[in-house]
Design a binder for this molecule. Structure first.
Ligand code: KIV
Length: 308
């Protein structure tokens, strides 16, 4: 039987994907803008590794975000703050290798763009140049406009992120819905406009009242992608592990689960454990065999050996 090396599995293309030599047709920021203009919702989801990114891409999701939620849902950190640039680059590279169509955005982690302009630029460029991202995402509003404009001028497309910004967990005093008072409502409107005018290609609105997200979506010229921001946004994003019940914590109000991955894996793992314990795995059909000729040759060499 011919063995398939793991490296070949990683580059296997199903019939729904173009052959490796076929030029890849990736969505662009302009394609996302066209969707907004045509009132066609933009679908987005996070991914952090090659196999899930491939599934997401094959499902026809428009945008893949390598979010720094990576820290919480994959790396087991308490929040997103400890995530490093190297961790984000490592996972972004894996996701980039899998994508044929989706637009790839990578989160800049906490501390990587809060430094001087020169270092922030240098860090951002690494996501495009080394990891293959098409845009970087940074959290914050008016206070980030200079950086957004600098990055845009340096050919680094930027996705903004305002509202409940997890990297501000300490300054927000926890993960709370933002923009609920009239003053906070206006502040976030100003933030959104400032980020859009500074050149961002899209903006994530997280954890804000539906009415605020609808207002911002109508006011800014770039696509808004909501998470916990109601249905009027130009697109929606969810964390992959939330969709499939793969996080340890109870889901937030805005999460809709599309499958019980935890139950699926638990059942399959218990079955595997039991099959190994009962020696019913592997079966003869799952084993390799010597050819008849080699078996005969070995038997002739050892005429007194007991037949296996
Ligand atoms: O890190 C992340 O996954 C995100 C999304 C929640 C938008 O920023």
């Amino acid at each position: 039987m011919k063995l398939t090396p793991l490296s070949a599995i990683a580059s296997t293309h199903t019939t729904s994907q173009p052959a490796p030599t076929t030029p890849v047709r990736r969505l662009t920021s302009d394609a996302l803008l066209q969707k907004k203009l045509a009132s066609q919702p933009i679908s987005a989801i996070t991914a952090y590794d090659f196999p899930t990114a491939r599934l997401v891409d094959e499902a026809g999701i428009d945008v893949v975000l390598v979010g720094d939620s990576l820290g919480m849902v994959v790396l087991g950190y308490e929040n997103t703050l400890p995530v490093t640039i190297d961790e984000m680059l490592h996972h972004t590279k894996a996701v980039a290798r899998a994508l044929r169509r989706a637009y790839l955005v990578a989160d800049m982690p906490f501390g990587s763009y809060h430094v001087c302009a020169r270092d922030s630029m240098r860090n951002a460029v690494r996501f495009i140049k080394e990891a293959g991202a098409q845009a970087v995402k940074i959290e914050g509003g008016v206070s980030r406009t200079k950086l957004v404009s600098r990055l845009t001028t340096a050919e680094v497309p930027v996705v903004g992120h305002i509202g409940l910004t997890p990297q501000s967990v300490h300054s927000m005093g926890g993960y709370r819905v933002q923009g609920k008072s009239a003053e906070a409502f206006d502040r976030l409107r100003t933030d959104a406009r400032a980020i859009a005018e500074a050149g961002a290609v899209a903006i994530v609105l997280e954890g804000v009242p539906r009415e605020l997200a609808a207002t911002i979506t109508a006011e800014v010229a770039i696509p808004t992608i909501g998470i916990g921001a109601g249905p009027e946004c130009d697109g929606q994003i969810l964390v992959f592990h939330d969709l499939f019940n793969l996080t340890a914590s109870p889901p937030a109000k805005f999460v809709r689960q599309y499958g019980d991955g935890a139950a699926f894996f638990a059942k399959a793992l218990a079955q595997y454990r039991d099959d190994v314990s009962a020696r019913s795995f592997p079966s003869d059909a799952e084993s390799y065999h010597l050819s008849r000729e080699v078996q005969a040759e070995l038997a002739a060499q050892r005429p007194n050996a007991r037949k296996a």
